[in-house]
Design a protein around this ligand. Structure first.
Ligand code: ASP
Length: 342
């Protein structure tokens, strides 16, 4: 008679099994929280953007300061195709920027269609901290930024954005296919390495040493977009969401699809139901695939998420989505996201 049979014969197998289950639960409850930690979309950006964020976190700073400083690296990079004033313009040749920020106390700030201002994420933070509102757009957002000491920049396109725009103008094709094939996106000037990657928004989420979560998301939106088009990135609940009791999530890819399902909010709610960050991201991607009125073969969406234990994950509709995670000793790991469609 083996142990299980003996326990069964004594009528205590259920008890033994439930004790085993409880010891596993206790083990996972007592596992130390993985903090501080920061992660951001697209490793190509994370590898530099996570650096100042990590510095702030490792010195005991707040997740809010970390994510703002982190995404500003991409905003300030004149070679970034898709974030900040160096990014690709809209159809009319004007760079318009969107950003949002959220902290651990449900405080939110957002700007959209902001022109000629270098750091939209900073303006979003000012909206959060200095106004009774949560979102400013267009000329009003710009005026607010200038009133708060930010300089109005020129309208010239960066070297790379100009080349990409001129190339796009040749056909003026409005075909928002993104990130499925590196180097084969419709917006890429041939041979233009800075634009080789047709991505994208930087979404960054972090947990500080006090266990508080914050997130930031900033973008120029889809390259050569229709003038006035706003994607998910400045929309709280779509491009970014933080609930300090549960976790945080951010998105990249086809903004319309992310907005359609309230993507980042949904990921956080799935985590609230007990899913791991990766499972939660996968469920949100599944919902997009199932419900999009578009051909799911032609769109890309990716989510990353973190929970209160400092566990993280991501998931994308198609291949070629990656993200960077910095924790532990401060090294930034490149994670190739799992994906749903071949
Ligand atoms: N989500 C952004 C938008 O739709 C773009 C991106 O992430 O590539 O504007």
């Amino acid at each position: 008679m083996n142990r299980r049979q003996l326990l069964a014969s004594l009528g205590i197998s259920g008890l033994a099994l439930s004790l085993k289950g409880r010891s596993q639960t206790i083990a996972s409850l007592t596992k130390p929280v993985n903090k501080p930690i920061v992660l951001s979309t697209w490793y190509n950006q994370s590898k530099t953007a996570n650096v100042p964020a990590w510095k702030i976190l490792s010195e005991g700073g707040t997740a809010l300061d970390a994510v703002e400083a982190g995404v500003q690296v991409s905003e300030n990079d004149p070679e970034n195709c898709c974030v900040g004033l160096g990014a690709n313009p809209d159809r009319e040749g004007i760079v318009t920027l969107d950003a949002c920020i959220m902290d651990h106390k449900y405080q939110i700030g957002s700007v959209a269609a902001l022109e000629q201002i270098k750091s939209p994420i900073h303006v979003a933070r000012l909206v959060m901290e200095k106004t009774p509102h949560v979102m400013l757009v267009g000329a009003g957002a710009q005026q607010f930024a200038v009133q708060n000491g930010m300089e109005l920049q020129g309208l010239e396109l960066s070297f790379h954005a100009k080349r990409a725009y001129e190339e796009w103008l040749r056909k003026s094709e409005y075909k928002p296919v993104m990130n499925i094939e590196k180097g084969h996106g419709p917006y890429i000037a041939p041979g233009d390495e800075a634009n080789e990657f047709n991505h994208d928004t930087i979404g960054m989420i972090a947990m500080d040493k006090n266990g508080n979560l914050s997130g930031a998301c900033t973008t120029s939106g889809m390259g050569f977009k229709m003038r006035g088009r706003i994607g998910d990135s400045p929309i709280i609940g779509a491009g970014l969401y933080v609930d300090n009791e549960v976790g945080a999530a951010t998105a990249t890819g086809q903004g319309e699809e992310v907005i359609r399902i309230c993507g980042s909010f949904l990921v956080v709610e799935f985590m609230r139901q007990g899913m791991s960050p990766e499972q939660a991201c996968k469920k949100a991607v599944e919902r997009i695939k199932k419900n999009t009125p578009k051909d799911a073969n032609t769109i890309q969406v990716g989510f990353i998420a973190i929970n209160k234990k400092g566990e993280y994950g991501g998931y994308a509709l198609h291949r070629n989505f990656d993200y960077g995670v910095t924790d532990g000793n401060g090294d930034t790991k490149k994670i190739d996201s799992k994906f749903m469609m071949q």
